[in-house]
Design a protein around this ligand. Structure first.
Ligand code: ATR
Length: 288
């Protein structure tokens, strides 16, 4: 039941129709008996400022912000959380006095997903595939969890070096370096944890993968692909066929949502069995 006192949140995106967030958040609220509603808002790119002001005027408790608004929303915020500042993107707005504070729960979501899967980051040699927005969130997680070393592998090498330098500066240690994707055969050998952050292999291009060469996968002991459609990407299949473990991006999506839900509902923790049921529900939805 949603009463007149309900906290209202929503997602601001364009397009917004395919978002699984309304389903997730309303499920948590329902299961936990919280007076809360979460709705989709389609917001065009030139309406971001008006939408943020309108949300505040309408007394919304918070918003999720997604592609293509994650950077665009920043100038209209009252405050910016440290992680969001470091990642340079905001996906969660939380109401504060006079406006919204911007957070990034994609990084923490990725960390929780890896942690739940038993993928240890601290001291590990890592490989980061891609150097865009999703890569930056992942790079921040690897840096803050004290990865031993990270090599950013990207089609555009300059962009990869920019990301590596920025993170070395932020964490004040030279743990990150870069290489052109085309030079992957020159990678130093040794076991690695890999995070695939590009959109290559995403539905409907499910047979595509950044690197097809099976040799490349022999050094990857565990991997995360941020993609969750298809449920198993070509990248994951290649990792598994070479003997490694791979998870998709569904848990990252789930945990970024949980982190946001817990920011809006301070003091509440979504119970494990509710998370498990939400995952089953989302898998069903994705398989439709
Ligand atoms: P996002 O914010 O989702 O990460 P992005 O900032 O556009 O999106 O970044 C996309 C990433 O996927 C980049 O690393 C991009 O490589 P470039 O920097 O070289 O463009 C990578 N990418 C996208 N399509 C690719 C392709 N066909 N082959 C190789 N890399 C690709």
């Amino acid at each position: 039941m949603i009463s007149g006192k309900a906290k209202v949140c929503g997602i601001m995106a364009c397009p917004v129709e395919h978002s699984l967030s309304p389903m997730m958040h309303n499920f948590y609220a329902g299961q936990m008996g919280i007076d809360f509603a979460y709705v989709p808002f389609k917001v065009e790119e030139d309406q971001v400022e008006t939408a943020v002001k309108g949300a505040y005027a309408l007394n919304l408790e918070g918003l999720n912000v997604t592609v293509p608004h994650k950077q665009r929303v920043i100038p209209y915020l009252k405050e910016l959380d440290r992680t969001a500042d470091a990642i340079g993107a905001v996906n969660t707005l939380v109401r504060v006095d006079g406006g919204y504070k911007g957070y990034n729960t994609d990084g923490p979501g990725l960390f929780r997903a890896m942690n739940e899967a038993g993928m240890k980051i601290s001291g590990q040699d890592c490989l980061l595939l891609g150097a865009g927005g999703a890569a930056k969130a992942a790079a921040y997680v690897l840096g803050s969890q004290e990865a031993g070393s990270v090599i950013v592998l990207n089609r555009n090498e300059k962009r990869a070096w920019e990301l590596a330098r920025e993170m070395n500066e932020r964490f004040k240690r030279e743990f990150m370096s870069a290489m052109a994707l085309a030079d992957y055969e020159k990678l130093p050998s040794g076991p690695r944890l890999a995070v695939q952050t590009t959109s290559v292999g995403m539905y409907p291009h499910k047979d595509q993968v950044l690197i097809e060469d099976r040799e490349f996968y022999r050094n990857i002991h565990s991997a995360v692909d941020v993609i969750y459609t298809p449920f198993k990407t070509r990248f994951m299949t290649l990792v598994e066929e070479a003997g490694g473990r791979a998870i998709n991006g569904l848990d990252m999506l789930i945990y970024q949502g949980i982190e946001a839900f817990e920011l809006w509902n301070q003091g509440q923790k979504v119970p494990k069995h509710v998370i498990h049921e939400a995952r089953q529900m989302m898998i069903k939805e994705l398989m439709r």
